[in-house]
Write a protein that binds this ligand. Structure first.
Ligand SMILES: [Zn+2]
Length: 413
């Protein structure tokens, strides 16, 4: 029941968040304005959380020469999931299947002292995967992916703390997003998989990640055959309404790519040393994260993510200018408000239409005269009419704090 009611594909279309068109192609969804508003709020949350945690952001191109992926190992271990290369004169370029090689090259472009480590490089960037059309649908299996990615270049001694800090970032993000992990998985190599050969490296990485998980106190299970081709990882699994699991967040330890790209830093001894790369993603791909949020919340997003945060409902035509003035004030405060006037139906019909909007503010003749709003919360609670400015400031504070509760009466008085 819940599975069909909260299918993100159905809801995404009904709510006008995203869609696909055969002319653009399957697995290549486009985002409508309301979906883009959700995505923008999510991306800004991530960038802010990363800035606060000491990450610096970069941009890198979605294309790279075939040689780049031959060095990284993607060409020999991952080419089944990559689009065919494009001929460009004497060269071949590839739509990238991951951001890691670009970040390794960016790291290598400057010399680094041990004093700069851990160096945390983040990017919300595009990557591509040649999924077969048979498995495409909605936002969960797509060919064009926007990944929340980061690579931490650090010493071996710093790996455990960096991995633990990444897990803590994931915990805080899930709290703000109102989502719960289904389980934590220690993903190890398994028989028959395509992995880089370096047995000592695999053991060392697995031991480090096991230690991080044990010290975190989080329950986890080990699973064979789920590692990345270059190393083991911690995967944070989420489940949909039908109990199907997918990976949203990951933390990975990589000794392979620093070797392949010959990365180094200058140590306190003045000599060259090899850094370790920690790959981590807090929300995984933006597409999969939004798909999960749609299903988890049934379209009733936390206020900070909601495409429309306030529905302004003038009782009659006479209050439309007052509602429009409140909407302008909202825009100045960075809040997303929409005026739904009498041309959209009776007040009751407009309240029903706005049922997924966190705050529904009714403006009658008395409210207009007093500069007040009579607010109904999405959960059915009603607030006594109150000055518009104070109310909007309170909503602004809840949104800025990425709170999942809609109102905190005691904190406002
Ligand atoms: Zn990576």
């Amino acid at each position: 029941m819940r599975d069909t009611a909260h299918d993100h594909r159905k809801l995404g279309r009904e709510l006008g968040l995203f869609d696909t068109d055969p002319l653009i192609g399957s697995g290549l969804p486009y985002w409508l304005p309301d979906g883009a508003a959700v995505r923008h709020a999510l991306e800004e949350y991530i960038r802010e959380a990363e800035r606060k945690a000491g990450y610096r952001h970069v941009y890198s191109p979605v294309l790279g020469k075939r040689e780049l992926y031959e060095i990284s190992g993607h060409w020999s271990h991952y080419s089944d999931d990559m689009f065919p290369p494009m001929d460009l004169g004497a060269e071949q370029v590839v739509l990238r299947p991951s951001l890691c090689p670009h970040h390794a090259v960016i790291y290598r472009s400057r010399s680094h002292s041990y004093r700069e480590l851990p160096l945390r490089m983040a990017e919300l960037g595009g990557m591509y995967r040649s999924e077969l059309s048979g498995v495409l649908g909605g936002l969960t299996r797509v060919r064009a992916i926007q990944l929340n990615d980061a690579h931490i270049f650090c010493t071996l001694d710093q790996v455990a703390d960096e991995a633990a800090a990444a897990l803590e970032m994931i915990r805080r993000a899930y709290e703000a997003l109102g989502i719960t992990p289904a389980r934590y998985r220690l993903s190890l190599p398994g028989p028959g998989g395509k992995y880089v050969a370096a047995p000592g490296m695999w053991e060392r990485s697995a031991a480090l990640l096991t230690d991080v998980l044990d010290r975190s106190g989080l329950p986890y299970e080990a699973a064979e055959g789920e590692a990345a081709f270059y190393g083991p990882k911690i995967d944070v699994q989420v489940a949909d309404g039908a109990g199907r699991e997918s990976t949203l967040s990951t933390v990975q330890i990589d000794f392979h790519q620093p070797e392949r790209f010959d990365l180094h830093y200058i140590g306190a001894d003045g000599a060259k040393h090899r850094p370790v790369m920690v790959h981590r993603s807090v929300i995984g791909s933006v597409e999969r994260a939004v798909a999960h949020l749609i299903e988890r919340h049934g379209g009733a997003f936390p206020a900070w993510l909601a495409p429309t945060q306030l529905a302004l409902l003038p009782v009659s035509e006479a209050q439309v200018p007052d509602a429009e003035a409140v909407a302008r004030r909202c825009a100045e405060l960075g809040l997303r408000a929409e005026v739904a006037g009498p041309e959209r139906g009776t007040l009751g019909a407009r309240v029903r239409e706005a049922r997924l909007v966190p705050y529904q503010a009714v403006i009658g003749a008395k409210e207009a005269a007093d500069g007040h709003l009579a607010v109904r919360l999405r959960d059915g609670r009603r607030l006594a009419p109150r000055p518009a400015d104070g109310f909007l400031a309170a909503v602004g504070a809840l949104v800025a704090a990425h709170r999942t509760d809609l109102w905190d009466e005691e904190a406002r008085q």
